[in-house]
Design a protein around this ligand. Structure first.
Ligand code: C2E
Ligand code: CA
Ligand code: CA
Length: 666
């Protein structure tokens, strides 16, 4: 064989692998970050080494005797070692940066990491005189000397560095990264070892190139992290990056840009494509920070991570971004006026977890906050929101939800029934009211579990016989839109009712008016099918929405619950009382019974009696109370006025009327 192919094919393969790695790295523009650069450098080193070996091999085979060829051979050996020695430290630093650990190794220590490399290079440079590493014998054959084992020792030092880094960063690495780096270690270690022991089997470079390919596929490739059109990172990338930053104790700030009128894009462009917003903002955002610090967290929000910056440093930038949104954005020859809220926070000082950061993007800014740039204490709503979310999840696991009952009365003072109202007593954040946690439960998709819990408690209560014993007609159960629009809703509800064995007509579901307005068709079908099963229905919070009267009254409701705000404003006379009177008259003409909630005073009762409504509910009679107290209340037993709950509204009275004709208001 004229050309020692059995050796060279491994080098050629290594060369091809490295070129492939480089090609894909550049094709996908993964060149920005420190570890990208190290990765490219390592591939270049391996490729250059492989190339020089192949080249010198040709020279060696064909022109053995020429002096020039021998010089070339010596030079190629020398340059091989010169650059190959860099691979160890490069890999160690690669692991350091790719795992995000660089902040945890101080600069002096990082510099000290270079020591073995410097020693090895010095040995190499002095080798022509010392011949400690290698030499050419009389027959001009390459011979290794003891110094080369020292070089291997240096290599081992870098392996150990990398390995330790890997162990320390283990928690912050995704399993893909772990496998890729582990694979690299094993393959390269095997290659180095084989080549050290059997010089005739030069697999080291090939093993390194192969390991690099594994690293490219699993670490450098970011297809699952990146949006190919805009080049922004996606939500998953945000989650893993923040988690890794936190594990590596990095300090940084985040800027969240929440576009508040994204629906305008659909109107302007006529396209449903949710990527358009990213495209519109792409150039602008890239002019603010480097592309790889931009995350597209939700369809309407972007998060920018600002490493090593404090909130105070980025405040001006946040103001600038906010100001930019006062001008329209240009897209396809159109001016699109976008509005946005910009939120800034320090991590981990202010927002402590990846979830908190995602919450910036996910949660709506409360209406009462009107500023365009939020920072510092403005973010309390977020943390509270996250805490409530955790409390809801915890509550289901740890059974910290409880059903309270608030009695309802006939206008003549007889007990009519009760409304079941859910309460959360959380061990961490204390009592939370449904107005706060119901929307959270809806957003995190747990509302069905809550409503079902309430419903089964109510069924069991009814099944105990106590409610009917004391003359209750029914118990009212609130339903959330989110829940009752689910396809298996009726089936699940029936299962619960049937397994408790209750009479379905004793259950009165409450649905709010606003729901009726939005999903009228679905709701209509739902009401019909539930009424067919025997349940009753109330329309809750009547008077708070702007629903179409005709639609509303074509739904088969038994009772309309007039919202407390209507009652309260009626008391002040003027327009309010006209609204109440007309509402009552209209509902009566529609042949529905009327319940008025929020009754707090005797004067209100007198007013409602004059108007001729059917039922009353309110603090005047009782606040919502736990089941035991409720039983005491309706049984006229040893019921005591409960400790007032810290409700938002001030309490007026909470004593049970012995005779509701003359309620006790003290
Ligand atoms: P809602 O259905 O309108 O319930 C009536 C609310 O008015 C209750 O507040 C009740 O405590 C309060 N209330 C009753 N009478 C008076 C009064 O005289 N004065 C004042 N100031 N307030 C009175 P709560 O229990 O905080 O519930 C708030 C809302 O949370 C409910 O409004 C309902 O929409 C929702 N909710 C409560 N429990 C559930 C549930 O089990 N499932 C669902 N989906 N929603 C629930
Ligand atoms: Ca209700
Ligand atoms: Ca209501």
């Amino acid at each position: 064989m004229p050309f020692r192919l059995y050796q060279n094919e491994l080098y050629v393969a290594a060369l091809i692998l490295c070129i492939t790695n480089l090609l894909f790295t550049f094709l996908q523009r993964r060149t920005d970050k420190m570890h990208n650069k190290l990765y490219i450098l390592m591939n270049i080193v391996i490729a250059a080494n492989a190339f020089s070996v192949v080249l010198s091999s040709f020279v060696w085979e064909y022109k053995l005797t020429s002096e020039a060829a021998f010089a070339a051979e010596r030079f190629s050996q020398f340059s091989y070692f010169l650059i190959h020695l860099g691979l160890g430290p490069m890999f160690a630093f690669y692991v350091l940066y790719a795992s995000g650990m660089e902040r945890r190794v101080s600069m002096p220590v990082q510099i000290a990491w270079g020591a073995p490399f410097v020693i090895a290079e010095l040995m190499l440079i002095t080798n022509p005189f010392t011949r400690w590493m290698y030499y050419f014998d009389a027959k001009r054959d390459f011979q290794r000397n003891w110094g080369e084992y020292l070089v291997y020792a240096c290599c081992i030092v870098y392996f150990v560095y990398s390995f330790i880094t890997l162990i320390f960063s283990w928690k912050s690495l995704t399993w893909k990264k772990r496998v890729a780096l582990g694979f690299f270690f094993v393959v390269v270690a095997a290659g180095v070892l084989i080549q050290m022991l059997y010089y005739e089997l030069p697999v080291e470079l090939f093993a390194e190139a192969l390991g690099m390919m594994g690293v490219m596929i699993a670490i450098e490739a970011e297809d699952d992290r990146i949006d190919s059109d805009t080049g922004f990172y996606n939500r998953r990338a945000l989650q893993t990056d923040i988690a890794a930053y936190l594990t590596n104790r990095k300090r940084f700030s985040v800027i969240c840009i929440k576009v508040t009128n994204a629906e305008i894009i659909q109107r302007a462009t006529g396209s449903q494509n949710t990527d358009i917003l990213s495209q519109i903002l792409s150039d602008y955002l890239k002019s603010v920070v480097k592309r790889y610090y931009i995350y597209n967290a939700t369809a309407e929000s972007f998060i920018l991570t600002m490493m090593e910056q404090q909130e105070a440093d980025i405040k001006p930038l946040a103001e600038e971004i906010s100001a930019r949104f006062e001008q329209p954005f240009r897209f396809n020859e159109m001016d699109i006026p976008l509005t946005a809220v910009v939120i800034t926070a320090d991590v981990p000082a202010r927002l402590h977890t990846a979830n908190d950061v995602l919450a910036m993007a996910d949660y709506p800014v409360p209406k009462k906050i009107t500023r365009k740039v939020l920072c510092g204490e403005d973010l309390d709503y977020l943390l509270r929101r996250v805490a409530v979310e955790e409390a809801v999840s915890r509550g289901l696991k740890e059974h910290s939800f409880e059903v309270y009952y608030q009695p309802t009365y006939h206008i003549d003072g007889r007990l009519h029934g009760a409304e079941a109202l859910i309460r959360l007593h959380d061990p961490v954040i204390g009592s939370v009211f449904p107005d706060e946690f119901i929307p959270v439960a809806e957003q995190i998709g747990m509302i069905d579990l809550l409503d079902n819990f309430v419903f089964s408690e109510v069924c069991q209560f009814w099944q105990s016989g106590i409610p009917s014993e004391y003359g209750m007609d029914c118990i009212n159960v609130n339903l959330s839109v989110m829940h009752c629009m689910q396809p298996d809703f009726v089936t699940v509800i029936n299962q619960i009712a049937e397994s408790a064995g209750i009479d379905k007509s004793r259950i009165n579901f409450e649905i709010t008016e606003s729901v009726a307005a939005t999903d009228y068709n679905v709701l209509s079908a739902l009401v019909t099918s539930l009424k067919h099963e025997g349940y009753h229905f109330s329309m809750d919070d009547y008077g708070t929405g702007y629903s179409n009267m005709e639609s509303i009254f074509s739904l088969d409701f038994d009772v309309v619950k007039i919202d407390k705000s209507i009652l309260w404003s009626a008391e002040k006379g003027g327009i309010g009382s006209i609204v109440l009177e007309n509402t009552v008259r209209m509902v009566q003409q529609m042949q529905r019974r009327i319940l008025v909630e929020g009754v707090e005073t005797q004067a209100q009762i007198d007013l409602l009696r004059r108007l001729g409504v059917d039922y009353l509910q309110g603090f005047f009679f009782s606040r919502p109370i736990p089941k035991r107290e409720f039983i005491d209340l309706i049984s006229g037993g040893t019921y005591k006025v409960p400790e007032p709950e810290p409700e938002p509204e001030p309490e007026t009275a909470a004593e049970i009327p012995a005779d509701t004709e003359e309620p006790n208001t003290d």
